[in-house]
Design a protein around this ligand. Structure first.
Ligand code: ASP
Ligand code: MG
Length: 409
């Protein structure tokens, strides 16, 4: 059997009219001779009655603290409701269909409630139902531990379910249907002439997703990438071709028609970061301070970014809502000489084509300084250059880089 995974986000499922559009996509795939397996998210967004956030808010209004095991059972209900309604939609249209919860679909996870990892998939149930001619609908975002506990996969985790099923069933494609037409060169709310990319590499989309482009969960990309299963990001509401996500090899060896001229694929941004600067003496006393500093922040479960260590200084950023906690930890650890700047933003330029190419940073610095934007810090990897700027400069920086790298053309 040739499988295709079709994952639909909550906004694609909010009305019966839309659900019939969703069904039509699966039926069309079937008519082309492939077997669709649908993965659904909970219906709608916050304030829609069965959206994940609505369920969470309801529980929190009743009890401020509920154990994560129980919260996972509650959160898994959104996708159950959605899957039942979707299978019902196929049945009403005259197509036999079956709904499977994550556990019924054979999704086995570890026991990190609320952020579980998929350990393996036993796809026999899915395959059996598909062989019997039923359209299989699977609940996204959930699984079960070896000892029978229900888990969820972290917010946005339905993409992860789709990717893992794609690997388990050796699917021809994992299609992520959403409410945008594909991966864009920048956030269209900031850059008016941002446009859709036809092809991006796994690596690029991972970086874009980690750096604030919310279209696909990075974990899902990491999963399909391991088995080279092509992923497509498509829009439920239009027939636009969407964005194909594939390996760098295929993109640059000419199988797919884009050239190495493309150095930057897209610009993303994350607002609300706080930068910390901590100074110390550059002798052995300073070494002890550094060790205490990083240990205490790690023990407090604080995730750091933009980390630069110098002999006499340590610089890093955290999410703005963690800044107070950092200050507390540093104070109780007895670390002095702390300075910080609230209201920073991270702007990232992502592109697999920049690897080994001189002049990218020069172009970035030129573009930003012409706009009188201060770069507070920078960092780079083979596919990404990160820049920390003041929040008030964020939009200007994104636009300047988009223009500089001619991403609108
Ligand atoms: N419903 C879950 C969430 O809102 C999973 C998903 O939508 O991917 O996080
Ligand atoms: Mg999502």
């Amino acid at each position: 059997m040739r499988f295709i995974i079709q994952k639909f986000g909550g906004t694609s499922l909010v009305s019966q009219e839309l659900r019939e559009k969703v069904a039509a996509r699966a039926i069309a795939a079937r008519e082309e001779g492939v077997t669709p397996v649908l993965v659904v998210s909970a219906i709608g967004r916050v304030n829609d009655p069965f959206a994940t956030d609505t369920l969470v808010n309801f529980a929190r209004q009743v009890h401020r603290e509920i154990e994560s095991r129980e919260m996972d059972m509650l959160m898994s209900c959104g996708e159950i409701i959605s899957g039942v309604i979707m299978a019902g939609t196929f049945q009403k249209l005259g197509y036999p269909s079956v709904f499977l919860s994550g556990p019924q679909a054979g999704i086995v996870t570890d026991n990190s409630f609320s952020d579980a990892r998929i350990l393996k998939i036993k796809p026999e149930n899915i395959i059996r139902h598909a062989r019997e001619g039923k359209i299989v609908v699977v609940a996204g975002f959930q699984g079960m531990t070896e000892d029978g506990e229900i888990t969820t996969l972290g917010r946005g985790g339905s993409d992860t379910t789709a990717a893992a099923l794609g690997v388990a069933l050796d699917a021809e494609f994992v299609d992520i249907y959403t409410d945008v037409e594909g991966i864009m060169t920048a956030d269209p709310r900031i850059v008016e002439n941002a446009r859709i990319r036809e092809v991006v590499t796994y690596d690029e989309i991972c970086h874009l997703a980690h750096e604030g482009a919310k279209v696909v969960h990075p974990r899902a990309v990491e999963i399909v990438m391991q088995k080279n299963i092509p992923m497509r990001v498509k829009c439920t509401f239009s027939n636009a071709p969407g964005t194909l996500v594939t390996s760098t090899g295929e993109v640059f060896k000419g199988t797919i028609d884009i050239t190495r001229d493309r150095t930057i694929t897209g610009i993303t941004q994350i607002p609300n970061l706080t930068q910390f600067r901590i100074s110390m003496d550059n002798g052995s006393g300073g070494l002890t301070v550094k060790r205490r500093l990083f240990n205490s922040l790690a023990l407090a479960g604080i995730s750091l970014d933009f980390i630069n260590v110098y002999p006499d200084r340590v610089v890093f950023t955290v999410r703005g809502d963690m800044a107070q906690k950092v200050l507390q930890v540093l104070e109780t650890t007895g670390i002095n000489n702390v300075e910080y700047t609230d209201g920073c933003s991270k702007v990232a330029a992502v592109g697999a084509g920049m690897t080994g190419l001189p002049g990218i940073m020069a172009a970035i610095v030129d573009a930003l300084t012409r706009e009188e934007i201060q770069i507070l810090q920078s960092n780079d990897s083979h596919t990404t250059i990160w820049l920390l700027v003041k929040r008030e400069d964020m939009e200007k920086a994104v636009r300047a880089l988009h223009r500089r790298f001619a991403l609108a053309d």
